[in-house]
Design a protein around this ligand. Structure first.
Ligand code: XUL
Length: 558
């Protein structure tokens, strides 16, 4: 394997531009973490006045955007911090890559390629990008204002399943194609004044290389615009979205490809090595897939962050009108499959604040206090319009009558106004994972999975991990650090560097084969299945939950 090793003193940097923060992680050539930094948007860049990193536009139903310049300012801030910490020698960085919240888009104003290519290292980026965008507000993944555009795009290509066959997903409101169509329809002057549209991921790469970077195949499949089999823009989908779109999107590239060399701005301002490679940036969930080293089709990952996601890999693309198929960012031969929920950590925090004295300790105590299966109490909590199922804001609670656990015979549900605090918390947590299990099974994900690797903030909570093990009926693992997206981006930086050195793709496992446990990517077993009967009872309960959910969708769904 000589020639497939990383140089001894090389360092690799990964960014994660997420909804609420920008993170950076630096790995050494043994794939151990040297240092990491975080910039929290609300508290550390308060002049943008975001809440949870976003603006919720009360005048338009479901419109959620973020200020693009905030992401730019955060990049200088985090690099400044890394420099001030003196924990790394920037000159040793061999490659950088990034992760971005998926689907969000940036609109570069005509003429901005000149701004990108002539950055002055004496001035901060934020002072130079003030005029670079044709709209200063980037639509992000939480937006659900494009229902009309979704239906129009699906109709234009022959229906939701046809669009899913073509692009890997039916039309989703947060996906970039419907977002672009909405901008074209409602702000044509913005659309016409745009020379390039980037995703958050390719936007980060563009700033780093000082020119427009390609969109990578994996994040490109979150747009409803890319032909997922051919990995080129689909003419049909482009036509259904907006005129002259292809020229605004540039070309696509594999996630392991080199986007370019680091721009002179970073060499002069932060003393990056001018040979430092920037590897294509990709979406946060794909980077987590890499960072969690998911490479067996039976394994699933559950990421518990601002959004909750479930994902795994598969060898073939089976189109469906639920869930998403994406190219695997670290293996061009396989696919990534994913489900995404909007009501993740912000909803858990809302219930914690209302029922558990704003304390995670009280929350956990209540979760343990209420018994598994919650005596047949089921809850549906949507603090924001949900993606899966497509339901509007609202909390719905049910109690099951005649419920013993083993069967649904004779069991009926009744809607109730409230639960006592312990039942409310258990209904929330069990509800989130019962929904994941129900939809994962319907989507054809492995059931039970061989194992689950949990990541994201809430994966530090042992009571939650125990519930996951009982509901899915498999062992649950976690990794050393919950920020798997920036870690995955740093790993992909090393992978891209190796592919480039090798003159072509090499399997990412070459980087850690036989020594995973000695790196930052080793996982440890944290929860096991203790009671098979309980798993079977959850299997029964999931059916009831899906039944009630279907009724809610019939009544209230988009
Ligand atoms: C995935 C999705 C979210 C964002 C969060 O489709 O919309 O998980 O990527 O950053």
């Amino acid at each position: 394997m000589e020639g497939l090793c990383l140089p001894k003193d090389a360092l690799f940097l990964g960014f994660d531009s997420s909804t609420q923060s920008l993170k950076a992680t630096v790995l050494d050539s043994n794939l151990c973490i040297l240092t990491s930094e975080i910039v929290n948007f609300d508290s550390e860049l308060p002049h943008y006045k975001t809440k949870d990193g976003v603006y919720r536009d009360s005048s338009i139903n479901g419109r959620i955007v973020s200020p693009t310049l905030m992401w730019v300012e955060a990049l200088d801030l985090i690099l400044q911090r890394l420099q001030d910490s003196k924990k790394i020698d920037f000159n040793k960085l061999a490659a950088v890559s990034g992760s971005g919240q998926q689907h969000g888009s940036v609109y570069w104003k005509k003429g901005s390629s000149n701004i990108l290519s002539s950055l002055d290292p004496r001035k901060p980026l934020v002072d130079q990008f003030g005029q670079a965008f044709s709209t200063r507000e980037s639509p992000i993944w939480m937006d659900s204002s494009t229902t009309e555009q979704c239906r129009a795009i699906e109709n234009a290509v022959g229906g939701p399943l046809e669009l899913s066959k073509l692009t890997g997903s039916r039309a989703y409101e947060r996906f970039t194609g419907p977002q672009i169509r909405r901008i074209f329809e409602t702000q044509p002057e913005v659309y016409n004044d745009t020379e390039r549209i980037s995703l958050v991921s390719s936007f980060v790469a563009s700033v780093l290389i000082g020119k427009y970077a390609c969109i990578d195949h994996t994040d490109g499949s979150g747009m409803n615009l890319m032909d997922i089999k051919e990995r080129v823009w689909s003419k049909q989908a482009l036509k259904a979205t907006a005129p002259d779109l292809e020229e605004k999107l540039g070309t696509l590239a594999p996630a392991h490809a080199v986007a370019g060399l680091i721009a002179p701005y970073f060499v002069q301002r932060y003393q990056f090595n001018k040979e430092c490679l920037v590897i294509q940036c990709s979406g946060d969930n794909p980077n987590s897939l890499a960072g969690l080293t998911i490479n067996t089709p039976g394994d699933l990952a559950i990421s518990l962050g601002t959004s909750d996601t479930v994902f795994g890999i598969t060898m073939d693309h089976k189109p469906s009108i639920e869930g998403h198929v994406l190219p695997n960012p670290v293996d061009p031969e396989s696919y990534m499959v994913m489900l995404c929920y909007k009501n993740g950590s912000l909803t858990r925090e809302d219930i914690r604040d209302r029922c558990a004295d704003k304390s995670w300790d009280v929350f956990n105590q209540y979760l343990k206090q209420a018994p598994a299966l919650n005596g047949g109490k089921l809850g549906f909590y949507y603090k924001d319009h949900e993606i899966l199922p497509p339901l509007p804001i609202g909390y719905h609670r049910y109690t099951l009558e005649n419920y013993k656990g083993d069967t649904l015979d004779g069991v009926t549900e009744h809607e109730v106004k409230e639960f006592d605090p312990p039942s409310e918390i258990r209904a929330l947590i069990e509800g989130q994972f019962l929904s994941m299990r129900g939809h994962a099974e319907r989507f054809g994900m492995p059931s039970p999975p061989k194992r689950i690797i949990a990541t994201g903030g809430a994966s530090a909570n042992h009571s939650i991990l125990t519930s996951i093990a009982s509901i899915f009926g498999c062992n649950v693992y976690t990794v050393q650090r919950p920020d798997s997206a920036s870690l995955g981006a740093a790993l992909r930086a090393a992978h891209g560097w190796l592919c480039n050195r090798n003159g072509g793709f090499v399997p990412i496992s070459c980087l850690y084969k036989d020594r995973l446990e000695n790196t930052a990517f080793g996982s440890k077993l944290v929860a096991t299945v203790e009671d098979d009967k309980l798993v079977a009872k959850y299997g029964v309960l999931v059916k009831k939950r899906m039944e009630i959910e279907n009724q809610l969708v019939q009544k209230l769904g988009r």
